[in-house]
Design a protein around this ligand. Structure first.
Ligand code: IPM
Ligand code: MG
Length: 358
């Protein structure tokens, strides 16, 4: 089969890590008899520098002509919040999510066996293992609600950000979550703030309706503040966690931290139609850009997710994940995950080691 992939290399370490992931895809192609072809798509701060806006016209169309999208990382201090919206990389990220209809963001957080000691939690807690899937709603809520800024007579400037959710939006992310749970340990924890927010009360009622349709899946409601606490107290209790956009933004950073290295975690964003978008959870790390120091594993594992979810190539995805685990088990470390006594390899060498393991 031939698969066409849009590459958004992006800013900072983005180009370096995408290079390694592309090398891995090519190795998979060679080994399993597939061809991957690539289309470069300019997006993020590099696009602002090149054409004056972070989300050039036609970006969504080019992506839609591909079978999947791979994104390195976008952003950096050069294009900060003092810049006009159309120049900020974050604007492009939100726009592409919306334009491709990527409402379901899957962020797995698992402790990899070779790195169990990197877990910052108590040893007893780490020993129970962590293997959870955070499902974040990605195209609704306060991220996309109406914003306003106006003067008041007695309180200076006032701003509002509207959080809105419809039953349709909640139901489709809910269904994905229950389907996902069926393929895992069959437990859904739905996170909300139903003791305060009306959107959360609607969220909860829709999730309860779905829970009845999936009697084989265990279901619980968890308030967001409690979830933040449980994630550090006893993360082993979670299988699939589903939540709205902003809660998911915050909790997914927390979930990634407890696994010990954000440099290892992939993600997938999908809608009802192709292409889905795959990207590492970490950012563009401008401080180490261009120095062959970045950890390419999260991007390489994002490619494994692409093989699994967009192309239904499970054996190929397994091969990539096993190649990563072998590299780690053999003691290879990039700087972000190395202990003082361990030998450090660079981005390119780590990529090469993983390719050789496939
Ligand atoms: C993420 C990021 C983005 C988000 C930012 C960069 C807009 O934090 O993907 O989690 O908040 O969604
Ligand atoms: Mg975030």
């Amino acid at each position: 089969m031939n698969y066409k992939i849009a590459l958004i290399r992006g800013d900072g370490i983005g180009p370096e890590i995408v290079n390694e992931a592309v090398g891995v895809l090519d190795k998979v192609g060679e080994k399993f008899g597939h061809t991957f072809t690539y289309v470069d798509v300019l997006l993020g701060g590099c696009a602002t520098d090149a054409v004056g806006k972070s989300y050039p016209d036609g970006t969504a169309e080019v992506c839609k002509s591909c079978d999947a999208v791979l994104l390195g990382a976008v952003g950096g201090p050069k294009w900060g919040s003092d810049k006009p919206a159309e120049q900020r990389p974050e604007t492009a990220l939100l726009a592409i999510r919306k334009d491709l209809g990527l409402y379901a963001n899957l962020r797995p957080a698992a402790l990899r066996p070779a790195l169990a000691e990197a877990c910052p939690l108590k040893k007893e807690t780490a020993e129970k293992g962590i293997d959870l899937m955070m499902v974040r709603e990605l195209t609704g809520g306060v991220y996309f609600g109406k914003r306003d800024r106006y003067d008041t007579l007695d309180r200076g400037v006032e701003c509002t950000d509207l959080m809105a959710y419809s039953e349709m939006e909640i139901e489709r992310i809910g269904r994905r979550t229950f389907e996902m749970a069926r393929l895992r340990r069959k437990k859904v924890s739905s996170v909300d703030k139903a003791n305060v927010l009306e959107t959360s009360r609607l969220w909860r009622s829709v999730m309860h309706r779905l829970a009845e349709e999936y009697p084989d899946v265990a279901y619980e409601d968890v308030l967001v503040d409690n979830c933040a606490m449980q994630l550090v107290r006893d993360p082993g209790q979670f299988d699939v966690v589903v939540t709205e956009n902003m809660f998911g933004d915050i909790l997914s950073d927390e979930a990634s931290m407890i696994t010990g290295s954000i440099g290892l975690l992939p993600s997938a964003s999908m809608g009802d139609t192709a292409p889905a978008l795959y990207e590492p959870i970490h950012g563009s790390a401008p401080d180490i850009a261009g120095q062959d120091k970045a950890n390419p594993i999260a991007t390489i594992l994002s490619v494994a997710m692409m093989l699994r979810y967009s192309f239904q190539l499970a054996a190929e995805a397994d091969a990539v994940e096993q190649a990563v685990d072998k590299a780690l088990a053999d003691g290879w470390r990039t700087a972000d995950i190395a202990k003082p006594s361990e030998t450090v390899v660079g981005t390119r060498q780590m990529g090469q080691i993983i390719r050789d393991n496939i």
